[in-house]
Design a protein around this ligand. Structure first.
Ligand code: SF4
Length: 307
């Protein structure tokens, strides 16, 4: 269980923008200035439903404004790092989402609660380690949120130092996701610059060393780029990389940046890739895209006015 938290949970902030597509809601909160420019965090409330018809909401939060990891398929990466968010600013995203869902007076009102929080918005969470872990402590401990570690996911592109630091906290029920997107060093070096200093073998070793429970499954996110990483050979390389680990692979069709640098793999290609992974014993799913028109889908966060 996380130790005591120092973040004041009840400290609301005014929303600067809210947009909605279906039941997905993207909202921005002011996050200081860089020179003359107003900085904003971006968050997305995503409606979820299981086979029994239960409905809840997952909140995708930002840990930074912009990001310095420079992944070539990601809108946020095009901004560079503009600011690290504080723990307070991260917690405020959850608080604001709850208020938006609770409100009965706005057109954005939908009944429900935030049940899961995923650090998959702007930024590399392990690049802002102290603030992110402090925010997680608050979300777990504060009665206002009461979100267990097992409902919180931290997604990294492979900050191995951060993975080992996270391991030392001994929070085995915290969910860990890795944005992989390529399973050979030659390709990953091109798509994700961090891989040049942290190659795939080191990243896999960090996951092998990570404390686990019997229920642990690492989430491996793979953005499907037409003609770049979506061949049967790519699927085979991915399956081999994953094989020693307990994983669930999520295949995500590329969500175009502005301007778009790639094309999304076709649905047929994604299903063929999925079949290949499953044939090699890998648990894999296709993740459906939410909020593409809001520039709120995976890899699309990052106000283009800031770049
Ligand atoms: S994918 Fe994640 S780590 Fe990479 S540039 Fe985008 S926000 Fe940063």
């Amino acid at each position: 269980m996380p130790g005591p938290c120092a973040v004041q949970a009840n400290n609301p902030v005014s929303v600067s923008r809210v947009t909605r597509e279906g039941q997905a809601i993207k909202f921005c909160l002011p996050a200081g200035h860089a020179g003359q420019r107003l900085l904003e965090s971006e968050s997305v409330i995503i409606p979820m439903r299981n086979f029994h018809g239960d409905q809840w909401f997952t909140l995708c939060v930002s840990s930074q404004v912009g990001c310095r990891m420079g992944c070539t398929f990601c809108q946020t990466g095009m901004l560079g790092l503009l600011a690290n968010l504080t723990a307070q600013q991260i917690v405020q995203q959850v608080q604001t989402a709850q208020e938006l869902l609770r409100s009965t007076t706005t057109e954005f009102s939908i009944p429900g609660v935030i049940r899961n929080v995923v650090f998959m918005g702007m930024g590399e969470p392990l690049d802002n380690f102290e603030a992110v872990t402090e925010a997680i402590r608050t979300l777990c401990i504060s009665r206002e949120f009461n979100i267990p570690l097992s409902h919180i996911t931290v997604s990294t592109v492979g900050r191995v130092d951060g993975i080992y630091k996270l391991a030392q906290l001994n929070w085995p029920s915290l969910r860990l996701a890795v944005s992989l997107t390529a399973a050979t060093d030659a390709l990953r070096n091109r798509l994700m610059p961090l891989n040049r200093s942290v190659p795939l073998e080191k990243l896999r070793q960090a996951l092998m060393d990570y404390p686990r429970t019997r229920r642990t499954r690492f989430l491996i996110e793979y953005v499907m780029l037409q003609g770049v990483n979506d061949s049967p050979a790519d699927a085979e390389a991915l399956a081999r990389w994953c094989q020693p680990l307990p994983v669930t692979v999520n295949l995500i069709a590329y969500n175009p940046q502005n301007p778009a640098h790639y094309t999304a793999s076709s649905t047929e290609t994604i299903f063929a890739f999925l079949k290949c992974l499953r044939a090699m014993g890998i648990l894999a799913k296709r993740r459906t895209t939410v909020g593409q028109n809001l520039m709120a889908a995976c890899g699309q966060l990052g106000n283009t006015e800031l770049s």
